[in-house]
Design a protein around this ligand. Structure first.
Ligand code: SF4
Ligand code: SF4
Length: 399
């Protein structure tokens, strides 16, 4: 069995690994460490494992793959780290190595699902129609639990919902249509387009549209992620502002400059697009309607830890008259993590149930959630506990 990184495949950078001083201050913030109590499930343990491979003392396969797969890439450790270890960058590079060494059959399945279906808008829409029909006929109950818990609720009406763009003057704000958002969360897209108009923008959609590549990047499918980034850059670079109403997408699009830094044709264009990206809750729009009462707030990891976004959600709700209520779980990850809940169903279920219980404990009738993966995971776990708390994007609540 060969040890060390696979040559010719991007790997965690030595300088990034060396910034970790192994103090362990990140451990209490790591959801997988909190569940297992194992060093190998902690950020410090995962970085130590990366260093062992870097030093040529361990292979990328076996235990290393397991430790890496179990990480949610939630970046709570990065936000807590006093030494500014770029953990998000490290885990993405480690996953590129892991994917390059996975057995061919397993790898092909993941590639088809992530790069194939989610990477092509027509195939994503086709999958959406498949979900809408199987869910309407209730034959989705025959699917394994891990797939049912990860699948968005899709309706024929939702799939057909037209999106109203605006015309006229004003700076152009272009909304990312995305993949899952495009089939299951079109009301959120419309609420975002409406908010952009209220904020004085000409709100438009790209010609074509599709996935930003976040799912591919998180799963270690770097070339798929780069191809999708190039497609979105070409479609959206003329806009004055580029808006994403999914925390995972806005966080990922902000990394386009780094993702394509070694591509001479695209590096400058990627950096320019990344600088124009705004998450929808960062748009300073007046509310579309008044809202009364308490709204629980779930902070998506890709808001809180990856972009430092949190006050913006509360400000949006307060501006409409609502009372935002923090959860008593210190902003822990809900366990969705892209397709994590399909690949690591047990850990995802534990974290999903904890999150649903924290939301129910607030007594609020609605929870604000600004990421589709979180919304699906939380909605399914709330339903499994018999709760009728509604899950809504913050802009949907005030639209
Ligand atoms: S990642 Fe940061 S907080 Fe965690 S052990 Fe390393 S230096 Fe300490
Ligand atoms: S990204 Fe999240 S799950 Fe992974 S090591 Fe950091 S805190 Fe733990």
């Amino acid at each position: 069995m060969s040890t060390g990184w696979t040559p010719g495949v991007p790997a965690p950078e030595r300088d990034d690994l060396n910034t970790c001083v192994q103090c362990g201050l990140c451990l209490p913030h790591c959801p997988t460490f909190r569940v297992t109590g194992l060093e190998t499930s902690s950020p410090r343990g995962r970085i130590a494992a990366m260093r062992a491979v870097q030093a040529g003392d361990a292979p990328v396969t076996g235990d290393f793959t397991r430790f890496t797969d179990e990480c949610l890439a939630c970046r709570a450790c990065e936000a807590a780290c006093p030494s500014s270890v770029p953990y998000g960058r490290l885990i993405e590079a480690a996953r590129v190595q892991v994917e390059a060494n996975r057995p061919a059959a397993e790898r092909t399945g993941r590639r088809l699902a992530i790069g194939g279906v989610m990477g092509h808008r027509r195939l994503t829409r086709l999958m959406g129609w498949g979900l809408a029909i199987t869910q309407a006929l209730r034959i989705d109950r025959l699917l394994p639990r891990r797939l049912r818990f990860a699948a968005p609720r899709v309706t024929v009406r939702g799939m057909r919902q037209p999106l109203a763009q605006s015309s006229g003057d004003g700076p152009v704000a272009m909304l990312l249509t995305g993949c899952v958002m495009d089939i299951a969360f079109r009301p959120v897209h419309q609420a975002t387009l409406d908010a952009l108009v209220r904020a004085g923008y000409r709100a438009v959609l790209p010609d074509g549209g599709g996935c930003c590549g976040a799912l591919a990047a998180h799963a270690g499918e770097r070339e798929s992620a780069r191809a999708l980034a190039r497609a979105r850059i070409a479609e959206m670079e003329q806009a004055d502002v580029i808006v994403a109403d999914s925390a995972g997408c806005s966080a990922h699009m902000r990394t386009y400059g780094h993702l394509l830094a070694d591509d001479p044709e695209w590096a400058a264009r990627a950096a320019a697009v990344a600088a124009k990206v705004r998450d929808a809750v960062e748009i300073d729009a007046p509310p579309g309607r008044p809202v009364e009462g308490r709204i629980a707030v779930h902070d998506a990891c890709h808001h809180l830890h990856a972009q430092g976004i949190g006050p913006e959600v509360r400000r949006t709700l307060r501006a409409a008259g609502a009372t935002p209520v923090d959860l008593g779980d210190g902003g822990r990850c809900c366990g969705a993590g892209g397709i994590y809940n399909v690949l690591e169903p047990e850990m995802a279920a534990t974290l999903g149930e904890q999150k649903a219980r924290a939301i129910i404990a607030t007594g609020a009738p609605v929870v604000a959630v600004a990421n589709p993966g979180c919304a699906i995971q939380i909605g399914n776990h709330l339903a499994a506990l018999g709760s009728d708390v509604r899950v809504r994007h913050p802009l949907e609540i005030v639209d």
